[in-house]
Design a protein around this ligand. Structure first.
Ligand code: GUN
Length: 295
């Protein structure tokens, strides 16, 4: 069994990006700029945004954290989005999810300019993903693809089972891995809360991607010997032995599953770190597009 080390892969990608950014700056261009819009004070969202900002700093990007009061109206948030669309100093931005219940998340995401939608959540970008056109692949699926590439994991002809059908992970990663080319050419099954015989389907998988947000859902008896297991879950569970009172665990019962796998991602230290790095990849892509179009 080999660990898929998100920290190592992220570090290598970020070093490459930093040296690209340094070259742009040396030529007199401004730094790439990512903005995160954070509505309210959800602790998990605050943590994620902070780590996104920290990664920007590490690669020489400018970053702005726009903290907005949770009472913001739909109209006010749409105005903030519109201003970001029109701000030439901003290459990409994200609206951190989840949003407070009174806001219409789909309307907000649709208002983001597809050219600056580095999360890849806009319907136009999702549509391009399905068609195999150049787009911003959403951060978590892109992070998974980068890990697969980095460890040269074979995907062609493999049976992949994706656990969870969310718009941000399950659906897009299933599309990516069934596309032609590498990483792709897989036969993908999505399983979810209404699927019969989940265990049997998992047992037949060469590659399992677990993204349902249920602590330790994937157990040892559900995994084929030699399978590749990619764990997207980051769940807080009570743990009085920790100073914080909780521990982070994935959607996979790592302790019991790991020895059966050929490769597995740890939690933390796996996909979570890659997700932030993927956002940096998308922001650089947006920045480069802008300069390439003005050459
Ligand atoms: N909340 C959980 N994951 C994500 C993500 O990738 N992007 C945004 N904007 N919000 C999230």
């Amino acid at each position: 069994m080999e660990l898929l080390d998100g920290r190592k892969v992220s570090k290598a990608i970020k070093e490459g990006i930093k040296s690209e950014v340094d070259k742009y700056i040396a030529k007199g261009f401004r730094a790439p700029h990512l903005v995160a819009v954070l509505v309210g004070d959800d602790p998990a969202s605050k943590f994620y945004v902070k780590s996104k900002m920290k990664s920007c700093e590490q690669v020489g990007f400018k970053s702005t954290n726009m903290s907005i009061d949770k009472s913001v109206s739909q109209g006010e948030l749409l105005e903030i989005v519109e201003n970001l669309n029109n701000n030439d100093d901003v290459d990409g931005y994200i609206v951190q999810l989840p949003l407070p219940k009174h806001l219409d998340v789909n309307k907000i995401l649709e208002a983001i300019s597809p050219e600056k939608d580095v999360d890849g959540f806009h319907p136009v970008n999702m549509g391009k993903l399905i068609l195999g056109l150049d787009t911003f692949v959403p951060a978590t699926p892109l992070g998974i693809l980068e890990i697969i590439k980095s460890y040269d994991i074979q995907t062609s002809g493999k049976d992949v089972v994706v656990v969870g059908r969310s718009n941000i992970v399950g659906k897009p990663i299933s599309i990516c891995l069934s596309q032609k080319g590498y990483p792709g050419d897989s036969t993908v099954t999505i399983v979810h809360s209404r699927t019969d015989n989940i265990e049997e389907k998992l047992k037949s998988a060469d590659i399992i991607i677990a993204a349902i947000g249920q602590p330790k859902f994937v157990k040892e008896h559900m995994v084929k010997a030699g399978a590749v297991v990619i764990d997207v879950g980051i769940n807080r569970v009570e743990d009085q032995t920790k100073k914080s009172g909780y521990a982070l665990v994935g959607d996979v019962d790592f302790e019991n599953v790991a020895s059966k796998c050929s490769y597995i991602t740890p939690v933390p230290g796996g996909v979570g770190l890659m997700t932030v790095t993927a956002l940096i990849i998308n922001t650089l892509k947006s920045y480069k597009k802008k300069y390439e179009s003005t050459k």
